[in-house]
Ligand binder design. Sequence first.
Ligand code: PRP
Ligand code: ZN
Length: 285
Amino acid sequence: MEKIKLAIQKKGRLSEKSLELIDECDISFPNSAGRLMTAAYDFPIEILFLRDDDIPGYVEDGVADIGIVGENVLVESAKEVDLVTKLGFGRCRLSIAIPRGVAYQGIADLNGKAIATSYPRLLRKYLTENQVHAEIHEISGSVEIAPSIGLAEGICDIVSTGSTLLSNGLKEVEQIFSSEAVLIRNKNLSAAKQEILDKFMFRMTSVRKAKKNKYILLNAPNEKLEEIISLLPGLSSPTVQSLAREGWSSVHSVIQDQDFWEKIEQIKSAGAEGILIMPIEKLIY
Ligand code: PRP
Ligand code: ZN
């Protein structure tokens, strides 16, 4: 039977969340420690564990059919692949940083300086757009130590929590790109593989929708029902059942994460009691 090959980062910022996403789709595979590839038990998918920088190229070539990678890596690679969807995790920014003790007035201060980076393409574009003439030193790792060893006066690298900059005595002076994890796809996927991708996406979407919503149960006096229901748009009309307690009903609905606390306060002051909120595992509509 046809299988789809998914490339994810072997080790790094996106690895854990990528595995979590697969797990939430109820796709399970044998313990993969130290392995390059593994096949799922219960879904036609094989998972390839690669260096993130290699993923766009492998997806372009069709070695992998789909991949999860940072938008920063994707754009820098300039590979010809389709961006299927943003995944909402692994948010970070690509920034220029300089030693903390060096004064900085503005971007023009970078003229004539050397900047070390693993993102020469994105950096060059930014410098050109801002009419800055700086030298770009392309290095493939441990960029943050470049200023302290005298290799460059500044760096351009990924900042997520900022702790790497902090521990290397650097300060962020320009943000040049913001990024999150994305799902990419080979441009010539076969119909059979596309069908598997659609199934994978269906599961992924229902998990993500579920995370944005909560299940709400509450008790309300009948004379307040109308007002309370108007505060609960839900997915469709809420379920209302009468309680053994005379003049009271129980209301079941779905409430969005957005404005959640504000809504709950309004519902409570409208007279609801015994409000119960529960996570939703999957949501399909
Ligand atoms: C980036 C970057 C820093 C770190 C910054 O590496 O190179 O080392 O993340 O994160 P922080 O602000 O939370 O300290 P990345 O995870 O992109 O992996 P890479 O080794 O593939 O560049
Ligand atoms: Zn990398």
